[in-house]
Design a protein around this ligand. Sequence first.
Ligand SMILES: C[S@@+](CC[C@H](N)C(=O)[O-])C[C@H]1O[C@@H](n2cnc3c(N)ncnc32)[C@H](O)[C@@H]1O
Length: 453
Amino acid sequence: MHVEVSDSYRIGCGVLMNKGDMQFRNPKRTVNSKQDLSFYEYYAGYTEGFVEDVLEFLGLPQGSIVLDPWNGSGTTTRTANNCGYSSVGFDLNPVMAVVAKANLLDGSVESSLSSIAEDIVAKAKRFRLSNLELSDDPLLVWMTAVTTKAIRRIERALQQLLLPTATYVPIIGLNGLQRISSLTAFYYVALFRVTRNLFRRFRGSNPTWIKKPASVSQILDVEPTVIFNRYLATVEEMLRFLPSLTVRRGPLAIIGVGTSESLPLKDGYIDTVITSPPYCTRIDYAIATQPELAILGYSISDVRRLRMQMIGTPTIKPEVPEPSEQWSEQCTKTLEKVRSHSSKASGTYYYKHYLQYFDSLYNSLHEIDRVLKAQGSCALVVQNSYYKDVEIDLAAIVNSMVEFLEWSLVERVDYGTKRTIAAINSRSNAYMTTGRHTVESIMIFRKGATRDV
Ligand SMILES: C[S@@+](CC[C@H](N)C(=O)[O-])C[C@H]1O[C@@H](n2cnc3c(N)ncnc32)[C@H](O)[C@@H]1O
């Protein structure tokens, strides 16, 4: 399928717009906006429109490489690639890397997607159940063997049809995701969506938490035919969101699993970073994707190891870093306010949590600086938050942290926002008084530029 480049779309791809007219669309996704719907609903994601506007603002030359070191569902990698740039994205969570790969699927394959799904399901139905060894399948924590087998039959069928491996391998056993194409990733995301829907009963008021069944009667027992039909229906649903507006494919799109604190990239390889770090709101990004991680073969203890490494994790590592002066005065003053707060566990658990967070954030900003070219740019979306009545002004902290790197702030836009994790967590609301609100900030820095850019 060939898509004509319309002027209105080109405006969204950094070619036509006059910088004097520049306004950034709000990065916050809204539930009702059609444009924001994607293959996989990711509460932590920002909008394509925002990425287009940043690319517009920067006016990058052809051949530029755009990086997102906290790539999540891959909004940056997909949008930059659709605008003709090479894009590179890493996320520590392999679930997000699979989603980001699926989001790179080219709209031209649209007409084959339903029939491939039918082939997958037909093959899944033919599997002999006795050939499926489940003994330590992580899904068995939440599902009966029959339901788990139905999910695994689909997974095996899709692997046999779309993965160049002779025998079945849980994705956790593959070294990285290099062998998974966007097409394979698309069908994995369909399986994620079916499973996520089944898991609804294990969710509470906090959308990032998954409970274990409290009793045997709560274990999911769903007929295989229901699962197979839901899988087909889910693929049809996903087709509605297929990124069919591919305009100019960038030469390169790389999605990997890795930490922002140590990127597998050469010094000075990247022209521009567009990203949003995990916020300082104790979101548990690993637990939030536990159903999907189970599909990829992550046991409860594998998930525990993963969450330990995630930035902003509510878990405390065995070795907690010491505060460093290099994190900036703004940061150390905030940490001191947390440490000396009168509420319970401020000087122990919460202080350690914030120490870990700022240590990882600082290391990541250093790593971004290393991989950025001289004069490269970095657009960050950050959000403030509160520890009790202490404001964690992430924009101000990041701004002072990058002074050590000699980056200059070129542009800053603030948006008020209502959808916050603090609003979900009612206990932290006890400290929320009127006049205090959450702000999401877009900050665009230039590496090594002078202040008056
Ligand atoms: C705010 S979200 C980014 C969302 C993304 N901009 C989008 O549109 O979907 C932050 C991401 O950082 C990831 N993350 C957490 N710790 C990480 C680390 N140490 N290295 C790389 N990614 C990490 C989380 O899995 C999460 O997907």
